[in-house]
Design a binder for this molecule. Structure first.
Ligand code: ADP
Ligand code: MG
Length: 221
């Protein structure tokens, strides 16, 4: 699903560089990315999804050389292939739960908001225990419920890959495991590949592979 080869990335104004000689994530598997704050975990996800482009090297995601795509093609690639879950959830307060789940369809004109997308959104809401909350606003929900909306939103477009950046960082332990179980269950049901950044070493035995981003490449600024 993901392969990086001889990748070198540097932010334009210097300071930080990330080298990834070789990294592979197999389709349908769960991988955790760990490393201290500032080690480049988010940068790595951004290279994989094509938000950032490497200075050199190959980034192949879902069979596509994303490093070779134009900015517009990378945006379109992301909208159809990648689902994102963030620590801050990034929900929109002016939208109810159902419209938050369907937000990717507002954001990306190339995605069609048809009856099957709406029915997928309702099905995910139901699977994630949100069925009775569809017309609430995010501020009327618990942190755990908010994160479950973010998980449903990441899955609603049926992406081949989910990138989750510290998705449980704002959750208490019980809520955290519940959100993770639901995320894992949904990914497994669709053979969706999951790459998740976490600081929580207690979770690592639930992943097939653990990537230490700090140990990836030789040259560190
Ligand atoms: P992590 O997610 O592991 O905490 P990041 O990938 O966010 O680390 O950041 C790695 C390093 O790159 C940090 O030192 C950060 O300050 C720097 N950095 C992140 N984004 C940018 C940017 N847009 N421009 C310049 N430097 C950045
Ligand atoms: Mg980060």
């Amino acid at each position: 699903m993901i392969s990086l080869h001889d990748v070198r990335f540097e932010y334009p104004h210097g300071g930080f560089s990330l080298d990834v000689p070789d990294l592979t994530v197999a389709s349908g598997t769960r991988t955790a990315a760990i490393g201290p704050s500032g080690s480049g975990k988010t940068t790595l996800l951004n290279l994989i999804s094509g938000i950032e482009r490497p200075g050199s090297g190959e980034v192949r995601t879902a069979g596509v050389r994303v490093d070779r795509l134009s900015p517009a093609a990378r945006r379109s690639f992301r909208s159809t292939t990648v689902g994102f879950v963030f620590q801050e959830f990034l929900l929109l307060e002016y939208l109810d739960v159902l419209d938050n789940i369907l937000y990717p369809y507002r954001l990306h004109p190339e995605l069609r908001l048809d009856a099957s997308a709406r029915s997928r959104a309702r099905g995910l809401a139901s699977d994630l225990g949100l069925a009775s909350l569809l017309d609430r606003r995010p501020s009327e929900l618990s942190q755990g419920e908010r994160q479950r909306i973010a998980i449903a939103r990441a899955l609603v477009t049926e992406p081949a890959l989910i990138l989750a950046d510290e998705p449980t960082g704002n959750l208490d332990p019980a809520t955290k495991q519940q959100a993770l179980d639901l995320l894992f269950e949904q990914c497994e049901a669709r053979s969706t590949t999951l790459l998740m950044v976490t600081h929580d070493h207690g979770l690592l035995d639930q992943f097939a592979q653990v990537v230490d981003v700090d140990a990836l490449g030789p040259a560190k600024a």
